[in-house]
Design a protein around this ligand. Structure first.
Ligand SMILES: O=CC(=O)O
Length: 319
């Protein structure tokens, strides 16, 4: 079995080491070393443990002639070539549901942090400005805005989208949503048939859908312009959902009110222009990074592998 060892917690590595023969592929290593690793182990590898950052693309799959299963330590499976797996009869599993609450909590945290400018105001205290300059003032720089009651627009009312909607409702926020068709479970929410329509009719727009070819750059210039200079974008989905160059220029030019971002186009690289903006909150892709969720995810990864090798039904199959 191979596992990208840089983003997984020791608990998962220990469990994998205890139950399987584990070969750890350090994906931060030079390409030569990774190629040597694959040449050495290619025939013995029957399973790959992927992550939200490194999955199994066509090139990797083609190098592993005996690959039977990809068990991903993530909800999203956008880093796995699912069509290729299907074609080759390779099974794929992920970790749904166990991090839903944590990702939704982070989305709410980002909405609150951007609206109330929590990060720059925290820096105001840490840098000693409170005692030096006196009480924090409603200057343009730290302009804090009410979150309660704002209209929240959700792209993708799946498990995570609905968990976000439920939380935002508790803050008195009316909910609107976009998906390809109206959802019976969203009877109390306002359906918008296009993303531009949704952006034009909400204060805070949240990306909570899966990344597919259809949803790549679902946040483009038209959507950003519809959201406007008072609007806030929150992305807890995947970086490529957003046309990042458009987002950066909209924020720099004041055409968008703010952004709370947990994911980026080219992680771990974040556009440096964003670092100086007080209306932007940046997270290093940590939506599911709680001790509780990550343990449950690790248990699912191992449980799926055990089920596969014991010829039992997979716990959370994707393919
Ligand atoms: O991004 C995190 C995940 O897909 O679990």
């Amino acid at each position: 079995m191979t596992c990208s060892s840089v983003q997984v917690q020791p608990y998962l590595l220990e469990a994998l080491e205890e139950k399987f023969t584990l070969h750890k592929l350090d994906t931060t290593t030079e390409p030569d070393k990774a190629a040597r690793f694959l040449r050495t182990h290619r025939d013995s590898i029957r399973a790959v443990v992927g992550t939200a950052f490194v999955g199994a693309d066509a090139e990797l799959i083609d190098q592993l002639p005996n690959l039977e299963i990809v068990s991903s330590y993530s909800v999203g499976v956008d880093k796995i070539d699912l069509a290729k797996c299907k074609e080759k009869g390779i099974r794929v599993t992920n970790c749904p549901d166990v991090s839903t609450d944590d990702v939704a909590d982070l989305a709410l945290g980002l909405m609150l942090a951007v609206s109330r400018r929590l990060c720059p105001i925290d820096r105001y205290v840490r840098s000693g400005l409170w005692s030096k300059l006196g009480d924090y003032k409603l200057t343009t720089k730290f302009f804090s805005k009410q979150f309660s009651g704002k209209t929240v627009g959700i792209i993708g009312p799946g498990n995570i989208g609905m968990a976000i909607a439920k939380r935002a409702e508790a803050f008195g926020c009316p909910i609107s949503y976009f998906s390809r068709s109206q959802k019976p479970a969203c009877i109390n929410y306002n359906y918008c048939p296009t993303v531009v329509d949704l952006a034009a009719n909400c204060d805070i727009l949240v990306v909570a859908c899966a990344l597919t070819p259809d949803t790549r750059h679902i946040i483009n210039r038209d959507v950003i312009d519809a959201l406007g200079p008072e609007g806030v974008l929150v992305n807890i989905g995947r970086g490529p959902h957003v046309d990042e160059a458009e987002l950066v220029s909209a924020l720099l030019e004041g055409r968008l009110g703010g952004a709370g971002l947990d994911v980026f186009q080219d992680e771990p690289n974040v556009p440096e222009e964003l670092f100086k903006l007080d209306n932007v909150v940046l997270m290093p892709h940590v939506g599911s990074a709680t001790v509780e969720a990550r343990k449950a995810m690790a248990d699912l990864v191992v449980g799926n592998l055990e089920a596969h090798f014991l010829n039992k039904p997979l716990l959370t199959p994707v393919v």
